[in-house]
Design a protein around this ligand. Structure first.
Ligand code: URA
Length: 433
């Protein structure tokens, strides 16, 4: 087989067979195929696309390019969730104890953040002692005993995706739906889970800016799940403004605690309850998501959810006292109010700018090797539909440096004003099953 023939085939819009796709993935992972030929093939895929079978074959080949985690010793239907990335997205922290409360095993593998979106692993590391590197044995034992565990992505998982992603990043081929869908799903499937709930975010703070694109990505990932025998549901959710009020690491933990106490922001709470409900249904605990949601509301109101969060932190080696004493979490030296110089309703957001501003304060990484400042972040005081008077606080910057002039400039441009009150925001757009 010669890759130049496969490039020509795809260039003319023909489909690639399973064997041809495996030839490319194995050859690229081993180093036999050079970057320039694989780049040409990626560009042909970018323009000509792939059909459902090709995308499933590509995902399968990427899954088997490295280790596949064996979670067969965990009893029950193991569920995981994945978010395509947003600003202030702390949903994983909320759903883990909720789903565990109904006996569905949550075997969560998570990544670190890069760019304007944060990673769950980074947020949890804001808790003193919290370990995200667990041996396979501890991970499996914790899921069997407590129905919940989280581990950072380690080992030789989907090496093909690592190489391809790096190549796509520098060849203008990131924003191809077959390539994004196979990249995300290969990592989830290699992590050994049986069922996956995908939170596909759409809007100004998300990877997908239009509902049509988000829907296509969601459908493509659900089709991959079906083809590779993983129960998969995608929930398309709004990322036109930061989720909840907190963006950062320690402050996002504080907000997740508030949601589990029943005092969370409405958008955050509704999205978390929906994702948790689909996880519980896929895990076999409920037939209907409405039943699951009603149950989770009771788990929150009774205080069980907050006790389970403490247990989760404790079994991962963290200090559970942070739940009752959030002041024990890292706190920044400076808290700077950004006051409005305009009047009107908040009618829109450039949510990505809020993410970028948080990153500039130290809450995120520009490059992989950057070190996170857990205390840094932003509290968004005014959200879509809120009325703002001159001098009202739009947001608060939490910083360990008093010099936030550049950050202030960026964050101010994130707020869009109108003299008319906008329509109420929809939190959840669609469910793709
Ligand atoms: N996230 C991934 O893991 N892969 C992509 O291609 C895009 C976003």
């Amino acid at each position: 087989m010669r890759i130049v023939d496969l490039i020509n085939k795809k260039k003319h819009g023909e489909r690639l067979t399973k064997e041809e796709i495996e030839f490319v993935i194995n050859g690229y992972t081993s180093g036999d195929l050079p970057d320039y030929q694989v780049s040409a093939l990626l560009m042909a895929i970018y323009f000509k696309g792939m059909d459902t079978q090709e995308i499933a074959d590509l995902t399968h080949a990427m899954v088997h390019s490295g280790d596949v985690v064996d979670l067969s010793q965990i009893q029950g239907i193991k569920v995981d969730k994945h978010s395509t990335g947003g600003v202030g997205d702390k949903i994983s922290l909320i759903v883990i104890p909720l789903v565990a409360s109904v006996g569905v095993p949550v075997a969560k593998m998570s990544g670190r953040g890069l760019g304007h979106t944060g990673g769950t692993i980074d947020k949890l590391e804001a808790i003193e002692g919290f370990k995200v590197e667990l041996s396979n044995e501890t991970f499996i034992n914790n899921v069997n005993t407590y129905k919940m565990a989280i581990v950072g992505q380690t080992g030789n998982l989907t090496p093909a995706d690592k190489k391809l992603y790096a190549l796509r990043d520098v060849t203008g081929t990131i924003d191809s739906i077959p390539l994004i869908a196979s990249s995300i799903m290969s990592k989830k499937i290699a992590a050994g889970t049986d069922a996956i709930v995908l939170d596909v975010k759409v809007g100004s703070g998300a990877f997908m800016k239009s509902l049509d694109d988000a829907r296509e990505l969601a459908k493509t990932m659900v089709n991959i799940g079906n083809a590779l025998n993983r129960k998969t549901v995608a929930v398309i959710t709004n990322m036109d403004q930061p989720l909840g009020h907190e963006v950062g690491n320690a402050n996002e933990i504080k907000e997740a605690i508030e949601v589990l106490r029943g005092h969370g922001a409405e958008d955050e709470t509704q999205v978390a309850l929906t994702i948790a409900s689909y996880m519980a249904v896929l895990g076999g605990a409920f037939k209907e998501t409405t039943e699951a949601k009603a149950h989770f509301e009771k788990v929150i109101a009774s205080g069980e959810a907050i006790e389970l969060l403490k247990k989760f932190i404790e079994i991962q080696g963290g200090n559970p006292q942070v739940v009752d004493h959030p002041e024990k979490l890292p706190t920044a030296k400076y808290h700077l109010d950004i006051k409005s110089d305009m009047e009107g309703y908040i009618a829109g957001f450039d949510a990505e700018k809020v993410g970028i501003a948080a990153m500039m304060l130290g809450a995120g990484r520009r490059r992989k090797e950057d070190v996170i400042d857990f205390a840094a972040g932003i509290t968004v005081a005014k959200k879509m539909g809120d009325h703002v008077n001159l001098g009202d606080v739009l947001c608060v910057l939490h910083s360990n440096s008093p010099d936030v002039l550049e950050v202030e400039k960026v964050v101010r441009t994130a707020f869009m004003f109108s003299s008319n009150q906008p329509e109420p925001t929809q939190y959840i757009y669609e469910i793709i099953e």
